[in-house]
Write a new protein. Structure first.
Length: 252
C-alpha cells in the first residue's frame, strides 16, 4: 500500500486498498506468483506484481492493514483479480479495454462512476505528452504492427471514454492496436491513460493528452480517498468498485 498510495490519506482508503492488494497477491500466488520471472513468490515490480516502498509506511497504514487482517475478495469461491490504479478519470472500465486483457472478461469487473475528480489534483487528473516518432515506431514493432514511418494517428474505437482501439498510419500503411497495449509499449509514464482527449501526429511527433493515471480497472485510489473522506467503510469502498464480489475474512 505504501508504494501505491499517498501517506496522508484517511485510514479507510488504505484499508480498502489492503483488501484489494491482499486479494491481488493471493490470486497471483494461486497461479504461481512471479517465480518464473524472479525466482520468488512475489516481487515489488509494479509491472509484474505491486510496488513496495517501506520508507512510506506510517502508523495509519499499519492500523489499516490490521483492521482488515485476512479480508479478501471472493467470487464463486475463487480469489478475484484485484486490479487497481491511481486515477480512473471519473469512471472505471472493463479489463479488456483498460488492460487489453486477453482472457474472458471477468464477470466481477464492471464500469462504475467515481467521485475522484472532486479531490484529484490537476497534475494527476490531466496530462499531456509529446512522443518522438522513433519511440512510437519501436512500440509498434514490439507489438507486431510495424510501420515504415509515422504520419497519422486517430482513435478508432472508444469504450467508457477510453481509446480502446487506436489507428496509426505511415508509408501508405495503416495498423490498428489495442489502446492499452500501445500505452504500455510506448511507456505508461508518458501516456498515462487511454482516456484520450488528443491523439494526433504533428511535425512527425505523436501529440497526445488525456485524463487520469493508470489503466482504470477495478479500484481507483483517488476515488477510494474521496469515499473514505465521506466516511465509507473499507468494505463499502471495495464493493463500490467490485459490486459483485463477496468480502470474506479467511484468517485473523
Amino acid at each position: 500500500m505504501q508504494g501505491e498510495m499517498k501517506p496522508e490519506w484517511p485510514k479507510n482508503a488504505y484499508a480498502a486498498q489492503a483488501i484489494v492488494a491482499r486479494t491481488f497477491t493471493l490470486e497471483l500466488l494461486s497461479r504461481g506468483g512471479t517465480r518464473d520471472l524472479h525466482g520468488a513468490d512475489i516481487c515489488d515490480n509494479h509491472v509484474h506484481a505491486q510496488a513496495y516502498n517501506p520508507d512510506n509506511i506510517t502508523q495509519t497504514i499499519k492500523d489499516a492493514v490490521r483492521m482488515t487482517r485476512g479480508e479478501v475478495m471472493i467470487y464463486r469461491n475463487r480469489y478475484v483479480k484485484g486490479w487497481f490504479s491511481a486515477s480512473c478519470g471519473g469512471r472505471t472500465t472493463n479489463a479488456k479495454t483498460g488492460l487489453a486483457y486477453k482472457g474472458e472478461e471477468p464477470a466481477y469487473i464492471k464500469s462504475v462512476s467515481c467521485k475522484e475528480s472532486r479531490i484529484t489534483p490537476p497534475e494527476v487528473k490531466k496530462w499531456s505528452a509529446d512522443i518522438d516518432s522513433e519511440t512510437v515506431l519501436q512500440a509498434l514493432k514490439k507489438l507486431g504492427k510495424p510501420l515504415p514511418n509515422l504520419s497519422g494517428a486517430q482513435i478508432a474505437k472508444r469504450v467508457d471514454n477510453r481509446a480502446a482501439v487506436l489507428r496509426l498510419s505511415g508509408g501508405g500503411k495503416k495498423v490498428e492496436i489495442d489502446g492499452a497495449d500501445f500505452r504500455v509499449a510506448v511507456g505508461p509514464e508518458k501516456m498515462r491513460s487511454i482516456w484520450l482527449t488528443q491523439f494526433e501526429v504533428k511535425d512527425g511527433r505523436l501529440i497526445t493528452s488525456g485524463t487520469g493515471f493508470g489503466h482504470g480497472v477495478g479500484l481507483c485510489q483517488w476515488g477510494a480517498n474521496e469515499l473514505a473522506r465521506e466516511n465509507s467503510s473499507p468494505e463499502e469502498i471495495v464493493k463500490h468498485y467490485f459490486p459483485k464480489v463477496t468480502i470474506k475474512r479467511l484468517w485473523r
